[in-house]
Design a protein around this ligand. Structure first.
Ligand SMILES: [Zn+2]
Length: 350
């Protein structure tokens, strides 16, 4: 699930975030992001902001840097040139989070992606594993749940279908059509790393963030808000990419498709999540490496195709892109079958 939102309130930070998580999934499904040869993309100049320190812990001690190979990013018919000096991905020497050295403004991302949000997004993923995880961790049939990046409320609807009792509320930067039928509580509008807008003031038993935290510009502000939104003893369930998973470890963080998405700014591991959790009065009580929900039900044919591409990638390395383009394909890294490059984590609020 993603976050982002209302199209005229995009000054905030998660801006890109919420609307954008959707596009991350779509990009992933197409086999991984930009570099492709598209039909006459229109050049669009992005305003870039330098990131001077780790957004997770504030440290300036970067332990390593890698330069993204991309010179531009293409979305729909828009080509966005990267900064002349490129974008580096740094690994924090303190908390181990990875983060980009330059990020586009929230308003820019909102403008680029926001207009496609309603039309392109489809809640077709199977959310039953997420629902089972929430219910198992909470252990009761009644709970008040807040879904951050709720979009059209598919996750809330899946909760309702299992007979869940309690408030089912949504937090997003825009109010998607279709949300109302799944809402049994409040809608909180805004970006999680901005000051909270008007809300009930009644904290939740469980707050869920699926495909959201990688979009944060200010994770510390977001986690401070999460503490406010979660009642003592309550849970926060997070799903995001795992920067310590096979592909970034084996082939380099700068080659990972997930990092090369324009709307992703910070990349988490168990250690970096535990670091920010402890700083805001949370404790990690559950951790599991998973496949992204969009990858769980691939046909055998698609899995076989992915396996062949993965074998080529192993052999060709960084020449893979050129070979793929010569064969009429696009993308910078194939999907590795069965590889779990995301994680689910549950935080308990102390
Ligand atoms: Zn850090």
């Amino acid at each position: 699930m993603l976050t982002p939102g209302v199209i005229n309130k995009f000054s905030g930070s998660l801006a890109a975030g919420m609307v954008l998580a959707r596009f991350a999934v779509m990009s992933a499904q197409s086999g991984v992001m930009p570099i492709g040869i598209f039909e006459q993309p229109e050049p669009v100049v992005a305003p870039w902001t330098a990131v001077e320190c780790c957004p997770v812990c504030g440290s300036q001690a970067a332990a390593a840097n890698a330069l993204l190979p991309d010179r531009s990013y293409v979305f729909e018919k828009q080509a966005i040139p990267m900064p002349d000096s490129g974008i580096a991905v740094s690994r924090c020497g303190v908390c181990t989070a990875y983060y980009k050295s330059k990020v586009p403004s929230p308003a820019f991302l909102t403008r680029i992606f926001g207009k496609y949000a309603e039309a392109r997004w489809k809640s077709s993923d199977d959310l039953s594993p997420e629902i089972r995880t929430v219910r198992r961790l909470w252990g009761a049939d009644r709970l008040d749940v807040l879904d951050v990046g709720a979009a059209d409320g598919a996750l809330l609807g899946a909760h309702a279908a299992t007979g869940l009792k309690g408030r089912r509320s949504a937090f997003d930067v825009m109010r998607y059509s279709g949300l109302e039928r799944h809402l049994e509580g409040e809608f909180i509008e805004g970006f999680l790393d901005d000051p909270l807008s008007a809300w009930s003031g009644e904290p939740y038993d469980v707050v869920t963030l699926f495909d959201v935290v990688e979009h944060f510009y200010r994770p510390q502000d977001a986690f401070a808000n999460l503490r406010t939104l979660t009642r003592p003893g309550g849970l926060v369930l997070i799903e995001t990419g795992n920067s310590e998973s096979l592909c970034p470890r084996r082939f380099g963080i700068d080659q990972w498709w997930y990092v090369r998405l324009l709307e992703h700014h910070v990349f988490w591991s168990q250690q970096s999540l535990a670091h920010i959790a402890a700083a805001h009065g949370f404790k990690v009580v559950y951790w599991k490496e998973i496949q992204h929900k969009s990858r769980r039900h691939r046909s055998l044919v698609r899995v076989a195709s992915d396996a062949l591409k993965s074998a080529l990638y192993y052999v060709a390395g960084r020449q893979y892109v050129s070979i793929a383009q010569a064969l009429g394909g696009r993308g910078n890294q194939p999907w590795f079958p069965l590889v779990r490059d995301h994680f689910q984590a549950c935080l308990s609020r102390t």
